[in-house]
Design a protein around this ligand. Structure first.
Ligand code: PEP
Length: 252
């Protein structure tokens, strides 16, 4: 059901087993909001427990290696996270691109590995504040997406794009409605160019960057916004599910 809004929590490096109660609460609430697809990307250590204990929501990872196995100390492969119960993986997050030197070439290899392992991919893209101020946000993001994506047969099912302006992540700042609309429309036309009219139209484009219960309705009501990638506000069931509720209302 790729036409449902997709609300994804990125728990980043937050959460021990004590957070399982929050995942269960999200799962129970998600059963009352079936018009929305709700998912969590917890740290690797919680993928399997959430897969077992929270059956309504999707569970995914925040990264994977591009190799299937080998001498890569501290890394994890796409097939390993799939084996743990992950259904998707977030790739190319700015905290990976900036903090771990991940180029778009590396991200592309990871996308290939993830699809081969049967995972859906949420590909992140987004510009710095300096790039936006220089008026280059749209070409920068389009180039980043083009360079990060391999050929994908069933893009509508396998791929989600998350537009996350870097300066909006964890800062409390959000892009203006006009800027979000412009960027999402540009990304849509790029997807149609890359994957054809049908598959390109089926890829959901999420917005991410300080999405909160207070601004969710406004952002999720914008054209071409197919959901949200939520960091800080996904760590409690109350705030995360308020965002899911806003997504459901934007569908009504
Ligand atoms: C994120 O890191 O993907 C994110 C959107 O974080 P936050 O919601 O905290 O800005």
């Amino acid at each position: 059901m790729a036409d449902r809004p997709f609300i994804v929590g990125n728990w980043k490096m937050h959460g021990t087993r004590a957070m399982l109660s929050e995942a269960r609460a999200i799962d129970r609430a998600a059963q009352r909001h079936m018009k929305v697809e709700v998912a969590i990307a917890p740290p690797y250590t919680l993928i399997h427990p959430i897969h077992r204990e929270a059956g309504q929501i999707g569970v995914g990872a925040q990264n994977c290696h591009f190799a299937d196995e080998g001498a890569h100390t501290g890394d994890i492969s796409a097939s390993m996270i799939a084996d743990a119960g992950a259904k998707f993986v977030i790739l190319g997050h700015s905290e990976r691109r900036e903090g771990h030197g991940e180029t778009s070439e590396i991200v592309k290899a990871k996308v290939e590995a993830a699809l081969k392992a049967g995972l859906r991919v949420i590909l992140c893209c987004g510009e710095t504040e300096a790039t936006r101020d220089a008026g280059n946000a749209v070409p920068y993001v389009k180039d980043q997406i083009t360079a990060s994506l391999p050929k994908v047969d069933k893009a509508g099912d396998q791929l989600t794009i998350a537009y996350e302006p870097i300066w909006a992540i964890g800062t409390g700042k959000t892009a203006t409605s006009a800027d979000i609309q412009e960027m999402h429309a540009e990304i849509r036309s790029l997807l149609v160019e890359l994957f054809g009219a049908e598959e390109g139209a089926g890829v959901r484009i999420l917005y991410g960057g300080s999405v909160k219960p207070e601004n969710a309705a406004q952002i999720l009501g914008l054209p071409e916004v197919g959901g949200a990638l939520v960091g800080g506000a996904s760590l409690t069931a109350d705030s995360f599910m308020s965002i899911a509720l806003a997504a459901e209302s934007s569908e009504a």
